[in-house]
Design a protein around this ligand. Structure first.
Ligand code: ZN
Length: 542
């Protein structure tokens, strides 16, 4: 990787025919657009750029409009940057983000046929102990490793599945390609095959009373060893309200999605969701999950569970048509929900997806008209932030949190939904800038997805990528990205306190605070990628 960053920042995977081409320019000199023959097509004279507060860069966003398919160069005497414009140009990277989850599979062999050089034996196959009653041993298999560690967490898993299922429901052309996974060719789209691997695990995490265990992890994070070498016992940790609400919602959603393919599986999931809902109804007072003493794995504490209950009520109403779920959803919506949030800490955005695009006319006045108005109002915020940013990124300078890629992609999801409701092109263009951000049009000149782009993340905080003895990281995993809000001493020591937020990033394995990967960061990127991939012609028979 060269150390000299280009003055032209681009989507390093290229641009789609028919969608606007944008580039960020860190030069006040005119820049020329050349075609493959080296002929100058246009010259742009950027206005003197103000300093972008998040990055400290003097940067202008250049909108080149739509360009016909071909190879181009953009730049000036400070340097040119090559890029291509193609139909369905993001098909491979979008599918790689789904396939990245296959590499996170726990409890099964990753065979050379499917995993190539990243093949490995099955991991974590021993029965788990119940943390609260060590006399109970249960064999619970499957699921995805959550992130750079080997823990498995119900809430984050449910959120990941939901991103995938809504991507498939809304933009099937953009994400239904074959993934070369063990189930490929079984007549079911591979994105659903992959999501089912997690759903089967989530189902096993339910207690007999309907509540869900928060997580299945060891007491401490494993060292940087391969998963099949990690043989310390795993524990079923205590129940949690958020896990129960998230699993309830996700399973009710999945029951609708999988019904045409496997009725018995759909019924199993709906029954489980109803059981979880009854437990939530019997336990109205939220109690936050606390790591038991001696446990140091991911906390994933929620600050409340009304968002999860809202989402669950929407999905159960969609799945059953029963009025009691609609009434519950209406009440929870009216209590105030953040409808543009799509992460484990707030899942209300999935309830909005359900109401706006699935329930539609069945929603009624409150979940229909009122919710739509509120959603449109809230989705102006990422748009406003994108407009105020030098790189078009939908974050304020103080919003570069751990896993900042999640709010970036979440904002893009909200803007895509807004466009689908209103037809607003400016919203869609702003959403597209977030996709470009993930793929390299940013202050770091870095593609955050492993294995893609000319300058991409090489040393993610991901145990298999470090321990497998292979130079290249496991492909198709998205890094959390810059974070200056809560940092490890290692990162602080290296970066100090003068680096601006959008550059507070270390491509080093120990920097979990800036460079970890997580299943629930891949999945919103799948949603965004699938939308633009479908829009740019992927999956169409020509
Ligand atoms: Zn495992």
């Amino acid at each position: 990787m060269s150390t000299e960053l280009s003055v032209i920042r681009i989507n390093q995977e290229g641009y789609a025919e028919g969608l606007p081409v944008s580039a960020a320019v860190l030069s006040n000199e005119p820049v020329a657009l050349k075609n493959a023959a080296g002929e100058i097509l246009r010259v742009f004279c950027p206005d003197p750029a103000p300093v972008d507060p998040a990055s400290g860069d003097r940067v202008s966003l250049l909108n080149l409009g739509t360009l016909e398919a071909g190879d181009y160069e953009l730049g000036n005497e400070s340097g040119f940057r090559r890029f291509s414009v193609r139909p369905a140009v993001w098909d491979t990277v979008t599918h790689a983000l789904v396939r990245g989850l296959y590499f996170q599979r726990c409890g099964c062999e990753l065979s050379p046929v499917h995993a190539g050089i990243y093949s490995r034996p099955a991991c974590h196959t021993a029965p788990a102990l119940d943390w609260e009653d060590r006399s109970i041993r249960r064999r619970i298999t499957g699921g995805w490793h959550d992130a750079g560690d080997y823990g498995k967490y119900v809430g984050p898993g449910a959120v990941t599945v939901a991103h995938l299922l809504y991507a498939w429901k809304l933009f099937p052309q953009g994400c239904s390609g074959t993934l070369n996974i063990p189930e490929s060719g079984n007549g079911i789209p591979d994105i659903l095959n992959e999501a089912r691997y997690e759903l089967e695990w989530i189902l096993q995490m339910q207690r007999s009373d309907g509540a869900f265990h928060h997580k299945l992890t060891k007491a401490l994070f494993a060292p940087f060893i391969m998963p099949h070498d990690d043989r310390e016992p795993e524990y079923l940790m205590p129940l949690s309200f958020c896990a129960t609400g998230d699993a309830c919602a996700c399973l009710a959603l999945a029951a609708r999605v999988y019904r045409p393919f496997d009725e018995a599986f759909a019924n199993r999931m709906l029954l489980s969701a109803c059981h979880a809902w009854d437990w939530l109804q019997a336990h109205p007072d939220f109690v936050p999950f606390m790591n038991p003493e001696g446990v140091r794995t991911g906390w994933y504490r929620g600050h409340g569970d009304t968002d999860a209950r809202f989402w669950a009520a929407c999905e159960l109403f969609a799945a059953t048509g029963e009025a009691r779920y609609r009434e519950a959803a209406e009440k929870l919506f009216l209590s105030g929900q953040q409808l543009t949030q799509f992460g484990w800490a707030d899942v209300a955005g999935f309830g909005a997806l359900c109401c706006l695009f699935d329930l539609r006319e069945k929603s009624g006045d409150i979940l229909g008209t009122q919710l739509r108005e509120e959603f449109l109002r809230q989705s102006e915020e990422p748009y406003r932030l994108s407009r105020a940013s030098g790189y078009g990124t939908d974050l304020a300078p103080d919003q570069y949190v751990w896993g900042s890629i999640l709010p970036v992609m979440g904002g893009a999801m909200a803007m895509i939904m807004n466009t689908m409701l209103t037809g607003r092109q400016d919203m869609q263009d702003a959403a597209l800038l977030q996709w470009h951000y993930a793929l390299g049009m940013n202050a770091l000149d870095l593609c955050f997805i492993t294995g893609f782009g000319e300058r991409s993340v090489l040393h993610p905080h991901h145990r298999p990528s470090e321990a497998d003895g292979i130079d290249a990281p496991v492909p198709g995993l998205i890094s959390g990205g810059p974070n200056n809000r809560f940092c490890f001493p290692h990162t602080k020591e290296k970066l100090g306190d003068k680096i601006p937020p959008a550059k507070y990033f270390l491509d080093e394995t120990p920097s979990a605070d800036t460079n970890e990967i997580a299943i629930y960061w891949n999945s919103p990127a799948v949603f965004v990628g699938a939308y633009f991939n479908a829009l740019s012609g992927a999956g169409r028979k020509t």
